[in-house]
Design a protein around this ligand. Sequence first.
Ligand code: PEP
Ligand code: MG
Length: 537
Amino acid sequence: MKVYQGKSVYHGIAIGKIRILKKEKRNVVRSHVEDVEAEIRRKAAAVDESMQQLKQLYDKALQEVGESGAAIFDVHQMMLEDQDYQESIENMIRTQEVNAEYAVAVTSDNFAAMFEQMDDDYMKARAADVRDISERLISVLLEEKQDLDSKDDKEIVVAEDLSPSETVQMDKSRVQAFVTRFGSSNSHTAILARTMNIPALIGVDYTEDMDGKLAVVDGFQGIVIADPDEATLAGYRKKEAEEAEKRELLQTLKGKESVTKSGREIRLYANIGGISDLQAVMQNDAAGIGLFRSEFLYLEKSDYPTEDEQFQVYKSVAETMAGKKVIIRTLDIGADKQIGYFDLKKEENPAMGFRAIRICLKRPEIFKTQLRALYRASNYGNIAIMFPMIISVTEIRKIKEIVEEVKKELKEQGIPFKEVELGVMIETPAAVMVSEELAEEVDFFSIGTNDLTQYTLAIDRQNGELDEFYDSHHPAVLRMIRMVIENAHKKGIWAGICGELGADLTLTDTFLDMGIDELSVSPSCVLSIRKKIREHA
Ligand code: PEP
Ligand code: MG
C-alpha cells in the first residue's frame, strides 16, 4: 500500500485500476520534399480531416458535458484555421522545402513559446491548446490511429496533464477519477471532473510503478492509495457505496419543488463564478443564479473587460438560464481579490480598505461600463443586479442615480433593455443596522455571511490562523440575519443568503424559521438543501 498526496479539485471517492496515460514522445523527422505545392496540399487535406475530428469531438462533448465543456473544441477549430498559424506552416514548407509534419511541429513550438511568454494567464493557457491542435494535425499527417478508450472496466486515469481532446475522447462510463501531476484548479480536467461529478486530484507526484494497480482516490482528503490493504479497501468500498446512495437519493429530488411541508416555496439558487459553472447549475437543478461573482471576469483579464465582452458573458448566462432569475453582483475587488491593472495602492488594512462598491463609486467609468453591459443583457433573460459592501443609504441612492444615468443613455441610443430588480448585499454590520431604511430603496437583500462574519467578529477571513475564532454560528451573526429578514419583510421585500452559511445544513431549519426567502449555494449543494427544505415543517 502506498499513499500519494495531492490537491483535490473535486471531491468524491473512486476505486479502480490505474491507467497511466503515456504520451508517446513522437520524434518528428525533418525530411526534404521536392514538390512543395503537393506537400502544402497534403497539409491542407490533413487540416480538413482534423477540422472534421474537432467537429465530432464538439458534438460528443456537447452531449456529454454540455455547451460550456464543448466550447474548447470550437476554440480549437478557430486556432487550427488561424491565418498566422497556417501561414507559418506553409511558409516553412515552401522556403525550407520540408515535410508538413516537421513544419507543424516547429510552428507549434514557436507559437506555444509565444503564448507562454504572455503576461496574461488566459493567453498562457493557450500554449497547451496550440500544442493540442498541432499534435492532432501531425497525427493525421502520420495516419496514426488514436486510442484513448480504456480497456478495463473501472479505471483511474493518471497523467502528467490532460488536454481537452484527450479527456473528451475517453470512454467516460469507465473513468472513475482523474489524477494529474500538473494542472490547476481551473484546468479543463478540473472543470470536466466537476461536471462529470467524479473526484480529481492535481499535483500528485506519482510513480510509474502504480500503473495497472488497484487504487482508491479520496477526493475529500486529496490522496491516492495504490495497492490498498484489505481493511482500507473495505472501508473505502463502504464509503463509496454510501456516497453513491446519497447521490442517487438526491437525484430523485431533481425537478421537485423546494417547498417546506407547510407549503412555503424557497428560492433555491446557485452561486457561480462564470459561464463554466452553468453546467453544474443545470445538473443540480437550481431554480436560478443567486450570486454571479462578476469580478472573475475582471480577474481573468490583463486589462479592463470591455462593455461588449461583459455583455456577451451576461447575455449568455441569462439566455442559458432561460428566464430563470440571474442575480449578478457588480464588481467586488480589493481585499483578497487584487487586480494589477486597477493600480490600487497598497493598503495597511485591505479588508477594510478601498474595495467593491467604494471603487465603483470613486471610478464611475468602470461602474458605468459594467452597468451598461448588464442592462443590455437584461433584454435576454431575467437579470437582477446587486451591490456588494454597502454601508449606507447614501451609497445606494448614489448608485441608483448612476443606474438612472445609464438607463437614460441607453434609451437615447435606442438600445433596448428591461427593468431589473436591484438588491443590496448585506455583509457589513452597518448595513444590518440600517437595513430597514435600505429596504425602502431596493427590491431584495442578499446576506453575504462570509464578510458579515468577518466584520461582525472582527476576524480577517483570510487569516487561517484565526480559523478557530471565525464562528459564523456566533449568536451575533445569527441575530443579525434575523434582523435583516425581519426588516426586509416589514418593507415588503425578500431576503436571501448567498454566503457559505446558506449551505450549512445544520442551520437550514433555523433560517427557514427566521423566514428566509432564498438560499443561494454552490451548485453541488443544491439538492441536499432541497431535501432539508422539503423535510421542514
Ligand atoms: C460573502 O461575503 O458572504 C459573499 C457571498 O461574497 P464573497 O464571498 O464573494 O465576498
Ligand atoms: Mg462578500
